[in-house]
Design a binder for this molecule. Structure first.
Ligand SMILES: [Fe+2]
Length: 449
């Protein structure tokens, strides 16, 4: 069993941790000390020929749920007869590995592409029938298989409800991320009911420059929050067919795999290094349950069985206990309002010494690094949670006004951002960098997981 970092974390005074970029020195741990290398540089961008047509391909290109040998590609276009071309990074250049006409009946196209090589960069593009016009060129990477270890650079954000053109996402695109975590509220489709209603929100969002740049730059792993369906919706608040319409529009616009029974919650493995646990914290709620018993059991057993160095839990709304900042206002909208399940999973992680766990959340419209429980309040005091974004939604100024005196919130601020997580499996560290609309670091802190 990997030693936990409880003693290391709890032994550091809060002022030492706070946003300094200073790295706490570790002692007494001989299993991990050597930093792992950076990823090898990728070749210069591929030049596939043709001219980009921003009318025929107004919504860019998307990819999602990349695995070691596969990825899901997604396109929305007004043009019908299109050819997909994929190139693979080999040495200093790009080699075409696939060229095929794409088949679709409607406005959107998605296809699972298989036969890819692990830890390899790919570029892809769609050409019109005349071969002269094309989409943006997309990029994604397949994750590594087991070893050798290297650093992973992962982006995360949430809440794209204003502040267009989401400049922070254009800076995310420049980072050549291994993968981008989309933690919900990509659209604010409040009031939508039909499939066409929902699609209209994605047509708008996918055409905004920041998201155009981002989705062409890396693959995504996505979950949803409430606004992909409606503000704080419940099953009872929806019209007949509304849930299915919202889900269809989400999936056809944001490429993603499905769990074993077609659900949103699922897991993805990046070799020995990272396992992603994608939660669905919205569609299974009842009066007493935040997530279904089935999802909870899956999460617990999967976390316990995972041998990945880092375990990132994609959690649309923080599991943090906000009692000190917000009291119980809107507690029913987050884990806090479901204290039994909240305690169940935090205690499970602690009691089983599940190492390398990082909760990654969105929804709250402020940036944050916190312990899910304030010091002395429970097992979450030795875990970490990061709130990523918002990239565009109304800023929650309460985060600026609140003064933390306990070390519960080493980082807390309200500025538009995307969040970069640089994971080093050699040292067990995660450098959390919040990047603003000017491309500069707003806050930064290194966690040991
Ligand atoms: Fe939001």
């Amino acid at each position: 069993m990997r030693p936990t970092r409880r003693s290391v974390i709890l032994g550091i005074p809060a002022f030492y941790l706070a946003c300094s970029g200073e790295t706490p020195k570790e002692s007494g741990d001989s299993t991990e000390t050597a930093p792992t290398p950076e990823r090898e540089p990728e070749p210069a961008p591929w030049e596939p020929g043709g001219t980009e047509d921003s009318v025929a391909f107004a919504w860019g290109v998307q990819s999602g749920d990349a695995e070691t040998d596969r990825v899901i590609l997604s396109l929305r276009s007004v043009d019908t007869a299109l050819t997909l071309v994929i190139a693979e990074a080999q040495g200093d250049g790009w080699v075409e590995v696939k060229r095929q006409p794409i088949e679709r009946t409607g406005e959107t196209y998605q296809e699972l592409i298989t036969g890819l090589n692990p830890d390899t960069a790919y570029r892809y593009v769609y050409f019109t029938a005349d071969g002269q016009r094309r989409s943006k060129v997309g990029r994604f990477r397949t994750p590594p298989k087991a070893g050798p270890l290297r650093k992973l650079v992962i982006g995360a954000t949430s809440c794209l409800g204003g502040n267009e053109p989401w400049s922070n996402l254009s800076f995310a695109a420049e980072a050549q991320l291994d993968v981008m975590l989309m933690l919900g509220d990509i659209v604010y489709a409040d009031g939508a009911q039909t499939l066409e209603d929902y699609r209209s929100y994605y047509r708008h969002a996918l055409g905004v420059q920041g998201l155009l740049d981002l989705t062409a730059s890396t693959s995504m792993i996505a979950t949803w929050d409430d606004h992909e369906v409606g503000n704080n919706w419940t099953r009872e608040s929806l019209a007949e067919g509304q849930y299915e319409a919202a889900l269809q529009a989400f999936r056809e616009s944001v490429p993603q795999g499905q769990g074993a029974n077609g659900q949103i919650w699922r897991r993805l493995l990046f070799g020995d290094m990272v396992e992603f646990f994608v939660l669905d914290c919205r569609s299974e709620r009842t009066d007493t349950l935040y997530i279904s018993v089935e999802q909870m059991e899956w999460l617990k057993s999967s976390l316990k069985a995972s041998t990945a160095r880092f375990k990132l839990i994609l959690n649309s709304v923080p599991i943090n206990d906000y009692t000190d900042m917000f009291g119980h206002a809107y507690a029913e909208d987050r884990w806090q309002g479901y204290p039994e399940q909240r305690r169940e999973i935090l205690d499970f992680v602690a009691d089983n010494a599940v190492g390398g766990v990082l909760w990654v959340a969105g929804d709250v419209h402020h940036g944050m690094i916190c312990h899910p429980d304030a010091p002395g309040d429970g097992s979450g005091e030795s875990q970490w949670e990061v709130a990523a974004g918002p990239s565009g939604s109304t800023l929650n100024v309460a985060a600026e006004l609140y003064t933390d005196t306990t070390g519960h919130y080493p980082v807390l601020f309200a500025k538009w951002n995307y969040t970069k997580l640089t994971l080093d499996p050699g040292t067990g560290s995660c450098l959390v960098s919040f990047i603003g609309d000017d491309g500069l670091v707003i806050e930064e802190m290194e966690l040991f997981l």
